[in-house]
Design a protein around this ligand. Structure first.
Ligand code: GLU
Length: 486
């Protein structure tokens, strides 16, 4: 096999999103599997629509995802530049050669003429197709008109008929009828290259061996193959990865997979979970294995296991996967990753003292199995850092309205104030007090939980109180007694 060199070539017109990350990931996995090179080329020729500082934006996204390119804007591998906007001289040199060899030609048709032609095609019910009007202009005349400054585009001479087969490594052979292609544009009137032209010149010059990209580009592939033929170069292999559909099988929208990576970061998704979920979007490692690290996936990754059908993006599944990874974090790791969320919510200020850090770790461990994201974890431990500001209204109605509750809470506060704050001792104390008061344990447990956390559900009460400590517990029980029925 030739040296594997793959590339991910995003147009940076928006923030990196999930669909994007999946294509990048498949390229990375393929490169790793075959000991090849993964190149990042930023297709920023449309400067007006490109986000500012695209290279940095992508670097940040890769750094969060935990895999990255081997060659790219900030990692020269000898095939640069890696920003397409800086490769214009290369594109124009190839344009000149194609013109010289008579494989391309200037077209001087005005936009109005072209529009009228397309309208006529539509009226006659046939696909709009440039009628190759300027193809017959003699090379000499073409050069003279260009030199005189006449507005023009450059088009490729496409054989008027015939068939072209794309040997796609995922979809198999896909046949295209050349009669539906016209002499497509390589260089636009403003002198900049079209996507198809720039991509092919760059792929060829960057020695790309395999083009793995989104399915939506399949219709570009015959044009690109024609360009390789015109340039007298072998084409790379092509593989079009299945598109990603929204849960309702509609096109992916912002609401689903086109969600920017930054939002997943903000919601407290873990990169290893996101990456694991993404690799399964259209690929599977065989068997019913679901959890893989990047390295494990790279070892197993082949295009034979990439499905042809669209993959369906499922937020619930991804959240479930995230919860799985979150549960597996060590106490330290959970703390390290949740800290930014806690400080963003001003629940604690950095630098954090050793004592507060230990307290936060214990609190987080209590909620770890009950949350799916880091943001939820931060939320779930909020009451360990501040008194509850709101109390679940249904809980208040149910657990604080029973006559006598105020007295029970006061008695509990008094009893716990003299108790050792370990979960076992707290439980014994509450059980004994319930017996003395002649009420069930539940009649103390539910109001107490509400008093300290504001909620009706959460970690085990005694573990919770043991972490919260004597002062917080006793104060909150007294405060709730004032809200409770006498
Ligand atoms: N710039 C194109 C895109 O973002 C790249 C397509 C390709 O991989 O050739 O869709």
């Amino acid at each position: 096999m030739t040296m594997v060199r793959v590339r991910f070539a995003p147009s940076p017109t928006g923030q990196p999103h999930i669909g994007w990350a999946r294509t990048a990931l498949f390229n990375w996995l393929f490169a790793r599997h075959f000991g090849g090179t993964f190149v990042l080329r930023i297709e920023d020729t449309d400067q007006k629509r490109s986000v500012e500082g695209a290279a940095q934006v992508f670097d940040d996204a890769f750094s969060w995802l935990g895999f990255t390119y081997d060659e790219g804007p900030n990692k020269d591998g000898g095939f640069g530049p890696y920003l397409q906007s800086e490769r214009l001289a290369n594109h124009l040199a190839v344009r000149d050669r194609l013109l010289e060899e008579g494989k391309a030609y200037p077209c001087f048709c005005s936009p109005e003429t072209l529009d009228a032609g397309r309208a006529e095609d539509r009226r006659l019910g046939r696909p709009p197709r440039y009628p190759a009007t300027c193809r017959s202009i003699a090379a000499e005349e073409g050069r003279a008109r260009i030199a005189a400054g006449e507005a023009h585009v450059i088009r490729l001479k496409v054989p008027p008929e015939g068939r072209l087969v794309v040997h796609d490594l995922i979809r198999g052979d896909v046949e295209f009828d050349l009669a539906v292609l016209d002499d497509f544009v390589l260089i636009k009137a403003d002198g900049t290259p079209t996507y198809n032209f720039a991509a092919v010149v760059d792929d060829a010059q960057m020695a790309i061996s395999h083009v793995l990209r989104a399915d939506e580009h399949l219709s570009n592939t015959p044009k690109q193959l024609l360009l390789y033929q015109a340039m007298g170069l072998p084409a790379p292999a092509f593989a079009h990865v299945p598109m990603i559909l929204a849960p309702d099988h509609s096109k992916l929208s912002k609401r689903h997979g086109a969600t920017p990576i930054a939002e997943f970061v903000a919601q407290g998704f873990l990169p290893e979970a996101v990456v694991n979920y993404l690799m399964m979007l259209g690929w599977n490692p065989g068997g019913d294995r679901e959890f893989l690290t990047l390295d494990e996936a790279a070892e197993l990754f082949t295009l034979e296991r990439v499905q042809k059908n669209p993959a369906v993006y499922d937020t619930q599944k991804m959240t479930w996967m995230n919860a799985h990874y979150l549960r597996a974090l060590s106490e330290d790791e959970l703390w390290r990753r949740t800290l930014p969320f806690l400080s963003a919510q001003k629940l604690l200020a950095e630098p954090v003292s050793a004592e507060l850090g230990a307290y936060a770790r214990s609190a987080l461990s209590l909620v770890q199995s009950r949350v799916s994201t880091l943001a939820e974890a931060a939320d779930a431990v909020r009451f360990f850092f501040e008194e509850p500001r709101e109390f679940d209204p249904a809980g208040v109605a149910k657990h604080l309205a029973r006559p006598g509750t105020a007295g029970h809470l006061t008695a509990l506060a008094g009893r716990l104030a003299q108790t050792d704050f370990s979960a076992g001792a707290l439980e014994t104390a509450l059980t004994e007090l319930a017996a003395e008061l002649g009420v069930s344990r539940a009649e103390l447990i539910h109001p107490a939980r509400l008093a300290v956390s504001g909620k009706t559900v959460g970690p085990g009460l005694f573990e919770m109180l043991a972490v919260l400590g004597a002062k917080g517990t006793v104060d909150r029980l007294h405060a709730a007694a004032k809200m409770a029925a006498p």
